[in-house]
Design a protein around this ligand. Structure first.
Ligand code: FES
Length: 287
């Protein structure tokens, strides 16, 4: 069954039929969510981690607990309360998910669209379950709840596929770190690096961005944490007195002196290496 599901989802990834709907939905999401500041909050830039995966715990936990209470005697009121909490708690998860989805790649957006559609059906089923329970129709409410749980399980499968198979929301720059063998590696002579001008070098085949501020050096992975965009082709801007690099692909912005993410869609900081200067040579270490 697992292999069959995986094959089905792989077909979804390759289904251009979904693109026209996805493109229209993406425009709507972007227009509805408005400013960069709002989108940053929803991506989880302030948290240093994507916000959506944290928020989905609330509805899933509440709905799952309600399903357990539904098989126990005398727990109608508690189960109804949990269905209500889960249904209300799903709304922030929907908004943050839509915001993340709008910045995904085309293949990821196809799967994400079906993930969103599945969860919308689940949410509607739980809304109907809550209404039935509040009207005293508990048997129907329970049935709708179990149906909702099955649909939300399918949505969770697709969400897991998006993250673990397609890499949505994960730090894409990390694999570059694993390619660097050993500890301290020579980056170059300190005089090779000019003040305030990022330079690209390779460490064990992995490109890094070197930034110098007076005698302080920062060595960041050069591939963007969001989708591996080349930060060396990015634009340098000043934000609150700090030099930052703007990724040329989707605009994630990182502070050069420490890799802090300033604007999304990336929610992870850009990975920096440890640095030291030995006899005029800049060295960096991934560990
Ligand atoms: S690759 Fe998407 S913002 Fe850099």
């Amino acid at each position: 069954m697992g292999a069959g599901m995986a094959r089905l989802v792989t077909r979804l990834e390759r289904l251009p039929l979904l693109d026209s709907v996805a493109d229209r939905a993406r425009k709507l999401v972007r227009a509805a969510l408005g400013s960069q500041r709002v989108r940053d909050v929803l991506h989880g830039v302030w948290l240093g981690h994507p916000l959506h995966p944290a928020l989905v715990q609330m509805p899933i936990g509440a709905w799952l607990s309600a399903a357990v209470l539904d098989v126990l005697p005398g727990q109608r009121t508690a189960a109804t309360a949990l269905i209500g909490v889960g249904t209300a708690g799903a709304l922030p998860a929907v908004v943050t998910g839509a915001n993340d989805w709008a910045s995904l790649s085309r293949e990821q957006r196809r799967v994400g669209l079906v993930h969103a559609g599945t969860n919308t059906v689940a949410l509607a089923l739980y809304g109907a379950s809550l209404t039935a329970r509040l009207r005293g129709r508990h048997t129907m409410g329970r049935g709708l709840g179990y149906l909702g749980l099955a649909v939300v399980g399918a949505g969770a499968y697709l969400g897991g596929h998006l993250s673990y198979s397609l890499g949505a929301g994960v730090n894409q720059a990390v694999p570059g770190l694993w390619l660097m063998r050993g500890t301290w590696q020579r980056v170059g002579a300190v005089e090779e690096f000019s003040q305030g001008e990022p330079a690209v070098r390779k460490l064990g085949g992995t490109p890094v961005l070197v930034y110098r501020e007076a005698d302080r050096f920062t060595v960041l992975l050069e591939r963007c944490a969001h989708h591996n965009g080349p930060l060396s082709d990015g634009t340098i801007v000043e934000i609150d007195g700090d030099s930052c690099v703007v990724c040329p692909w989707h605009g994630s912005t990182y502070r050069l002196r420490d890799g802090l993410v300033v604007h999304g869609p990336a929610a992870n900081d850009q990975i920096t290496l440890r640095t030291r200067v030995v006899e005029g040579q800049l060295e960096a270490s991934p560990v």
